[in-house]
Every structure is written in structure tokens, then in C-alpha cells.
Design a protein around this ligand. Structure first.
Ligand SMILES: Nc1ncnc2c1ncn2[C@@H]1O[C@H](COP(=O)(O)OP(=O)(O)O)[C@@H](O)[C@H]1O
Ligand SMILES: [Mg+2]
Length: 398
């Protein structure tokens, strides 16, 4: 494998395992910071490989591929959470600086491990259980009531691996895989179906020397399990809840030793007794996250720049918003593969809009980009972001 080209002046090389859009969006900030990026890519035309000159193709589950890649990097980080623990351990044993570390990453890779750990350190979670048999599913449902949310502990994303079930029979196919190698080896995660007011996300960055910075708490809107819109900051959020949710994120990051950008997905709930606003944690992500895309345009330091700073143990940048509101809308693929004419149209219609496309082929429902728009009138911003995303998806033609 060839070496990545370092910038003159002693600047480091950051390796990213995985060539998806998150790796791709590190490229702009890396160029600005004079940091060389190197991406271990799934394919020569992966989203990041299109824009990062040093993007060797390799298999993130193959120890030799990953070790060979990491040799040329000062620090290695991730585009996704799917690198197997054995590969992570091999990297650490050979002296590679990994951020986040395998010990921390475990809790983002495995939702059962995450629930156990959060429960141990006293973080509010939905009521949950591990089920290996239909009888265990029935027992849990008896405690919390049907329907129950069932999740595969590993490998899920965008709602794949999440089912709302009304009977144990609806996860019979998953229970059959318990004990066999794979995502369901240790059982199915069951959770009460939380009657949430809305979904929130806390996004922070933490560096190896324990500097941390938090962006404002945002509201995330999901449609069919996929995040479609983010409002930054979360409108009308109780300031006390914003403070305790942020504190919880910072505490989890420290307890779990997370380094880099870290997202905590939460549900906003009402305390059944007092009616006060509260949170329960849904899940953790240890990498830049969809809920933070707004920050690229809407904050002094965007999450991709911050992630690079954090994994290199550089001083962190200010997470301060640049405007009272920023709205982000994801662009999901529609029926029209040719995005360029639509993109021209939305730019002309709204010069303040920022368009980010990931170089991915259009497939219906696939995340292919996002737009952001910042300003003072939240309803107007939402309308404009929605319009642009829908127009790009071909859902509307005007
Ligand atoms: N316990 C729950 N109660 C109610 N809704 C849930 C629960 N768990 C997940 N969801 C819904 O499903 C979505 C996806 O679940 P999540 O665990 O975040 O999976 P993924 O890894 O696919 O993001 C959440 O954003 C939320 O809308
Ligand atoms: Mg999620």
C-alpha cells in the first residue's frame, strides 16, 4: 500500500476506516487544517474515495488490510461502527492510536452492552431486557405492556434492526438466531415503547486529554426510523432539561472514555408524577452523527472539524451557533437519478441554502445528502429546508 502524502510543516495523517459520507465530510475541514486524510474504502468510487486522494480499497473486517492501512496513519478513526472487536484489538496491540478506543466503541457497537453499562452508571434508559426465548419476550411484555420494541444489538442503522412487536411470534426469526454467530448471538434487546414527546440529541466532542465541548441540544425528527430533519437548538426546550441532558452526555463520554465526536440519542418524556420534562437515553454513536450535520454551516466549529481536532488531541473549537436557528433536512433518494438539474434549481430559489451531496447513486429512501439553512424565523427555515430536500428527492416539482 502506498503512503499518504503529508503536508510540509509536520502535520499528521488521520486515517478513517470506511469510505461513507462521514469520512467524505471530514475532507473539507482536513484540507483547511492542513491535515492529510487517508480513507480505507469499500470501493474505489465510495463517497469519500471520490474526494480523498489516498483512499486504498480494503476490507474493514480483514486484520491484514486494516493493519496495512493503519501503518501510514498517526491516528485512526471511523466512518462507521462495524469494525469487528478482534480487528480493533489487533490494531491496539500493534501500537495504533485508535479514537475512539475499542473499550469505548463497544458500547456503540452493541446495544445490549450499552444498556447494561448505562444502567450500571445510573443513566436514565427505557425499561429494557435481554431475551433469548419467546417466554422471556412474554415475561418482559407482561411487565411493561405490549407493544414492545425489539432490537438487534449489533449492526442496525436507520431503523433497520428495530421492530415494534405485538407478540413474541413477531421476533421468532430473530430468536432463532440467538446463540449463533452474528448480530443476535447474545440475545434480542427488548425495550418498553417509550411514549416520547420528541427525540433529542446531545452532541459533544471529547479529546484524549479530557477537553470536552458540547453543541446545543437539538431536536431530531425521524420518519420510518430514518432521521429526516434536525432543528438546532431544540425549540422550546426546558433549559433545565437542556442542562441535565448535556451533563449526561458529558458524563457518559467520560465514564466510557469516549474520544472524538459522540452523539447521545435521547427521548424527551414527561415525568408521570410531576409532568416535568425529562429524558431517557435511546442510543449512542461514537463518530460524527447525522444530528450534527447542521453544525457544518450553523456553528463556529462543525462536527467534522471538531472530530479531527479531538482525535488528534488538538485544542477543540468553539461549538457556538452562528445563528439563532439552523435547520437540517436529509435528502433521501427518490425516483430521479439526475440530481444536477434539481440542485441548480434549489440554489437559484434560495441563495442562503447550503447543499451537501455525498456522491452516492440515487436509490429510493437512501440518504444521499442534506441541506442546511440558518436564520431567525424557524418556521420559514423549516419550510425552505423541506422544500429543497423534497425537490432534490423529486417528491415535488415546484
Ligand atoms: N424504546 C423505544 N420506544 C419508542 N420508539 C423507539 C424506541 N427505540 C427506538 N425507537 C424509534 O426507532 C428509531 C430507531 O431506533 P434506534 O435504536 O435509534 O436504531 P438505529 O440504530 O436504527 O438508529 C428511534 O429513533 C425512534 O424513533
Ligand atoms: Mg438511532
Amino acid at each position: 500500500m502506498t503512503s499518504p502524502q503529508r503536508a510540509p510543516g509536520g502535520f499528521p495523517v488521520v486515517g478513517v476506516i470506511g469510505g461513507g459520507q462521514l469520512a467524505r465530510m471530514c475532507a473539507g475541514p482536513a484540507a483547511e487544517l492542513s491535515i492529510t486524510l487517508s480513507v480505507l474504502s469499500e470501493a474505489p468510487d465510495a463517497a469519500a474515495a471520490q474526494v480523498v486522494p489516498h483512499s486504498p480499497v480494503g476490507d474493514h473486517t480483514d486484520v491484514d488490510d486494516v493493519l496495512d492501512f493503519a501503518r501510514h496513519c498517526d491516528v485512526v478513526t471511523f466512518d462507521h461502527e462495524h469494525v469487528p472487536p478482534a480487528v480493533l484489538e489487533a490494531l491496539v496491540s500493534s501500537g495504533v492510536a485508535l479514537h475512539p478506543t475499542p473499550e469505548a466503541l463497544r458500547f456503540a457497537q452493541d446495544k445490549l452492552a450499552m444498556r447494561e453499562r448505562l444502567t450500571t452508571i445510573g443513566v436514565a434508559c427505557p425499561r429494557w431486557a435481554r431475551a433469548r426465548t419467546a417466554a422471556e419476550v412474554e415475561d418482559f411484555a407482561e411487565q411493561v405492556g405490549w407493544p414492545v420494541v425489539a432490537k438487534t444489538p449489533r449492526g442496525g442503522y436507520d431503523g433497520k434492526g428495530v421492530r415494534v412487536i405485538g407478540s413474541a411470534a413477531e421476533v421468532a426469526d430473530w430468536l432463532d438466531q440467538v446463540g449463533a454467530p452474528g448480530a443476535l448471538h447474545d440475545g434480542v434487546l427488548l425495550e418498553e415503547k417509550v411514549d416520547f414527546v420528541r427525540e433529542l440529541a446531545v452532541l459533544i466532542a471529547r479529546s484524549p486529554s479530557n477537553q470536552a465541548a458540547a453543541w446545543p441540544v437539538v431536536e431530531t425528527v425521524q420518519t420510518d426510523g430514518i432521521c429526516t430533519e434536525v432543528l438546532a437548538p431544540a425549540p422550546g426546550l426546558d433549559p433545565d432539561l437542556a442542562a441535565v441532558a448535556t451533563e449526561a452526555g458529558l458524563r457518559i463520554a467520560e465514564e466510557l472514555g469516549v474520544t472524538g465526536v459522540f452523539a447521545v440519542e435521547m427521548f424527551e418524556v414527561r415525568d408521570p408524577g410531576s409532568g416535568a420534562a425529562a429524558y431517557v437515553v435511546n442510543e449512542l454513536a461514537m463518530r460524527p452523527h447525522n444530528s450534527g450535520h447542521w453544525s457544518m454551516d450553523g456553528a463556529v466549529t462543525g462536527q467534522f472539524e471538531q472530530h479531527l481536532r479531538a482525535v488528534l488531541d488538538l485544542p477543540l473549537g468553539a461549538p457556538t451557533p452562528r445563528a439563532p436557528w439552523t435547520v437540517m433536512a436529509n435528502v433521501l433518494g427518490g425516483d430521479y437519478p439526475d440530481l444536477y438539474p434539481a440542485y441548480r434549481h434549489i440554489m437559484a430559489r434560495d441563495p442562503a441554502l447550503k447543499v451537501h451531496l455525498y456522491g452516492k447513486a440515487v436509490r429510493p429512501g437512501r440518504k444521499i445528502g442534506h441541506v442546511t439553512v440558518s436564520g431567525t424565523d424557524l418556521d420559514d427555515l423549516r419550510e425552505r429546508a423541506r422544500h429543497a430536500a423534497d425537490y432534490l428527492a423529486g417528491v415535488i416539482t415546484e
